[in-house]
Design a binder for this molecule. Structure first.
Ligand code: 0PR
Length: 367
């Protein structure tokens, strides 16, 4: 007998994911656009128009009045494309193009930059972070050289939710330009894949309006409450996107800047629907709730004698014994660990106070 497709997991005990339950309006719009491909605007005009709206929406969120970009398959593609654009612009535009291009990133950068470096034949130079897990600006400055095509700053790190000093990194990039004959400088790329939909409600200086950022990753399918797949790549200049374009001889459009060919109109439509529903009040509320939850959980774990990393964006890391961690997993808690083996809880919109109370009750039971 034929087996039906089972239900996916529920979000009831998911504390480790950077994805969440999509907003109902986003889910509905995504279903309607399932069979569309914004990569072929000549055929799927409505999806392509929605994508332009999605880019404008992300530009509004990230402080860019005239944004260029597109809806990617996720943060990985956006980061690969940002590195690729920087590499191509250096190759094609610099007075003396780099012989072996490199990218400088803090060690807190997501592993997608290792993939980007591997795929693109670019060296990835990772530099240490400061004591608080943020990019060490002096270390970045020391690593930047004549062959550096991009400097990466992280706005909401995957492990600790830390935000790098983006204006200071912009200063490093600018100074690098002043010391070359043609004024050629690395591009500054900000990875706000996760943090982007929380950061507008903080005092952090993270985006285009705070510093001369060139490109930025911000993913609707994380905190944007859009369905997977929906990432976002934004660029300040048209030329950056043009550096990614290849000719498309047999399509009605003449060139394509995206990495993948056929793309999901579902992610695009879901992005616009979620943004229309939630920007800005709904996203602000999600941020405020998550922040209160993160601080409640941090206090609860601290009260129980665990070493807690003080949260900045709502992501809590704490030193919990291996045995407790494993026992929690056995009780179906979906939790993960940092590189230093700390328990990591990501306060996404589906993570409620009630869920965290149950979680802490289980911790009490098990320790
Ligand atoms: N940049 C940052 C800062 C990220 O945190 C991530 C993913 C990416 C880029 C890459 O984004 P995509 O995964 O969309 O390509 N961070 C999470 C991680 O690697 C992704 C994740 C999402 C993990 C859902 C688990 C999960 O259930 O941990």
């Amino acid at each position: 007998m034929q087996q039906a497709v089972p239900e996916p997991q529920s979000f009831r005990r998911v504390l480790s994911s950077m994805c969440t339950e999509p907003h109902p309006a986003a889910r509905e719009a995504a279903v309607r656009f399932l069979a569309t491909n914004p990569g072929d605007p000549g055929t799927y005009g409505a999806a392509a128009e929605l994508e332009a709206r999605a880019v404008d929406a992300l530009g509004e969120l990230a402080g860019l009045a005239d944004p260029h970009g597109y809806v990617t398959s996720g943060g990985t593609e956006a980061n690969i494309q940002a590195v690729r654009a920087a590499r191509n612009r250096a190759r094609d535009e610099w007075t003396s193009p780099p012989e072996s291009p490199n990218v400088v990133a803090p060690e807190s950068a997501h592993f997608s930059f290792a993939k980007a470096a591997d795929v693109l034949g670019v060296d990835l130079l990772t530099v240490p972070t400061d004591g608080d897990g943020r990019a060490d600006v002096d270390a970045v400055r020391a690593a930047v050289g004549d062959d550096t095509v991009a400097v990466v700053g992280v706005a909401g790190s995957t492990e600790y939710g830390r935000v790098d000093p983006i204006p200071d990194l912009a200063g490093v990039v600018e100074a690098a330009g002043e010391s070359t004959p043609g004024g050629d400088r690395p591009l500054l790329h900000v990875d706000a894949a996760w943090g982007g939909f929380y950061l507008p409600f903080t005092d952090h200086e993270w985006c285009f309006e705070h510093a001369p950022v060139d490109t930025l990753t911000v993913d609707p399918h994380k905190l944007g409450q859009a369905p997977v797949p929906a990432g976002g790549l934004l660029a300040r200049d048209r030329a950056t996107l043009d550096a990614l374009a290849v000719e498309t001889p047999y399509l009605e459009s003449t060139s394509q800047a995206t990495l993948t060919g056929t793309r999901s109109g579902a992610g695009v439509a879901g992005t616009v629907a979620a943004f229309d529903e939630l920007w800005p009040a709904g996203y602000r509320e999600a941020y405020e709730t998550a922040t209160a939850n993160a601080s409640w959980l941090a206090d609860a774990l601290d009260d129980r004698g665990f070493d807690v990393v003080e949260p900045d964006l709502p992501l809590v890391a704490a030193d919990v014994p291996e045995s407790v961690f494993e026992a929690l997993r056995k009780r179906e808690w979906r939790i993960s660990r940092t590189g230093r083996d700390e328990l990591r809880v990501v306060c996404m919109p589906h993570v409620t106070r009630r869920m965290l109370r149950e979680f802490v009750a289980d911790v009490d039971d098990l320790r």
